[in-house]
Design a protein around this ligand. Structure first.
Ligand SMILES: *Cc1c(COP(=O)(O)O)cnc(C)c1O
Length: 429
């Protein structure tokens, strides 16, 4: 048997850092990654045959858990008819129709192959439509790795963006202005100064890439009002929240109507799919109808569309999934709060629906600066101790915990018992 360690040694010779996406390297939890052999329902097995209760869910797509038979069957059927044609198919039309039916702000969509691509394209459309260049984003929000989105300014005042990554030209970073999440006043001030140059505000309606940070009352509606006032577009990045908080996403959950939305993760059912869409007038800018160029060899791929369509239809047929996820999420959050309160360890648990985050910091956590106060050394000990007990959590403090419909009430209790055991053992003191 080749162990995870041995695979990682081999991987590091041929893959930068041994992985194809940085957080998988487990860098911030001080150990080597597990190499996964297979999964089923809420479980993962590593190549050594150890089983783990999975609370990552491929970072969001696996809302039904792993190896969900209806999606698997749909993929199998589609694959037999050919993997890709580079020509229109019925499934693309059905997928677009279904998305537009379920999400009221969508009148037209364009399918792509990742969330990054969806965001990158939506920003181009916003710029093409408004004829303006600046984009406003929030510190700690992640929108994929397109050049202009790898930007966050230092905490505090709104300022010109500086790149977070080598290789991003300063000139591009400067076209992204950043403000603290939940800080409507900062957005307002920015618009007073530069409002006529701003093409769009992009926001995660629930910020789920700095842990989990909920929008405060009035924040999303305030963004809607400001952008409307200045003729800028509001883009909701629903790559995580889309079809996770409900069939109409976070926009339905919080009752806010964006101009454009971006999707990914769940809409591919585990295959590489993204999408962006919105108002007909705005989407009519997209080529070949309009002058904003956007294309993709594998966009709307028939196998990926089959997986996505089956996922969305399954959710539509079982809307009670969302109530179940909400109640399991609530129980998890409340259980964590109780355990740490009794142990007098300061934590903040933010949760909405199937998204949850345990911060090792006294609350509240309403933005990136708050999130960064978390004791990441303690998270590291917590992560490792949970892994030893067979619970697979996000290998970073600044990621969400994802529940799926496959997680049972008993499994949540079992997970909480593991936390209790670790706390009682003094491992987090
Ligand atoms: C994951 C994510 C993206 C990027 O999607 P990829 O498919 O990884 O490119 C964009 N926005 C948000 C909010 C995400 O969580």
């Amino acid at each position: 048997m080749t162990t995870s360690h041995q695979w990682f040694q081999r991987a590091k010779k041929v893959l930068p850092g041994g992985v194809n996406s940085p957080v998988r390297a487990f860098g911030s939890v001080g150990r080597e990654p597990l190499f996964i052999d297979k999964a089923e329902g809420p479980w993962l097995w590593d190549v050594e045959g150890n089983r783990y209760l999975d609370f990552v869910g491929s970072w969001g797509p696996m809302i039904f858990g792993h190896v969900y038979e209806p999606v698997l069957a749909a993929v199998g059927e589609a694959a037999k008819k050919g993997l890709s044609y580079g020509a229109p198919t019925a499934a693309e039309v059905e997928m677009a129709e279904l998305m537009c039916n379920l999400v009221p702000s969508l009148e037209m969509v364009r399918m792509v192959s990742s969330g990054t691509e969806a965001v990158m394209s939506a920003l181009r459309v916003a710029r093409g439509y408004t004829g303006r260049e600046l984009i406003v984003k929030f510190q700690g929000c992640y929108h994929g790795h397109a050049d202009g989105m790898l930007v966050q300014a230092g905490s505090g005042a709104a300022t010109f963006g500086v790149p977070d990554s080598a290789g991003v030209p300063a000139a591009i970073a400067q076209r992204t202005l950043t403000v603290p999440y939940n800080d409507l006043k900062a957005v307002q001030e920015l618009f007073v100064k530069r409002g006529q140059e701003i093409a769009a505000v992009i926001v995660e309606p629930v910020a789920a890439n700095m842990g989990v940070v909920l929008p405060q009352a009035g924040f999303l509606h305030g963004l809607r009002e400001i952008t409307t006032e200045y003729g800028a577009l509001l883009i909701l990045d629903e790559v995580i929240t889309g079809f996770r908080l409900g069939l109409d996403g976070a926009q339905g959950y919080f009752g806010v109507q964006p101009d454009l939305s971006t999707f990914g993760k769940i809409i591919g059912g585990g295959l590489p799919v993204g999408a962006f869409g919105g108002r007909r007038e705005v989407m009519s800018e997209v080529a070949p109808l309009g002058k904003v160029y956007q294309a993709g060899t594998l966009s709307g791929n028939p196998v990926a569309m089959a997986a996505g369509l089956c996922s969305l239809r399954s959710l539509q047929e079982q809307p009670s999934i969302y109530q179940q996820l909400e109640s399991r999420g609530k129980r998890l959050a409340q259980g964590l709060r109780t355990i740490f309160k009794e142990a007098e360890i300061p934590v903040t648990v933010n949760q909405v629906g199937s998204l949850c985050c345990l911060y090792f910091a006294a609350g509240p956590v309403n933005n990136y600066a708050d999130a960064k106060r978390s004791d990441t050394e303690r998270y590291k000990r917590y992560f490792n101790a949970m892994l030893e007990r067979g619970v697979y959590l996000s290998p970073s403090q600044f990621e969400a915990l994802f529940l799926s419909a496959a997680h049972t009430a008993d499994q949540i209790e079992w997970m909480l018992e593991a936390v209790q055991e670790i706390v009682e053992g003094g491992l987090l003191a």
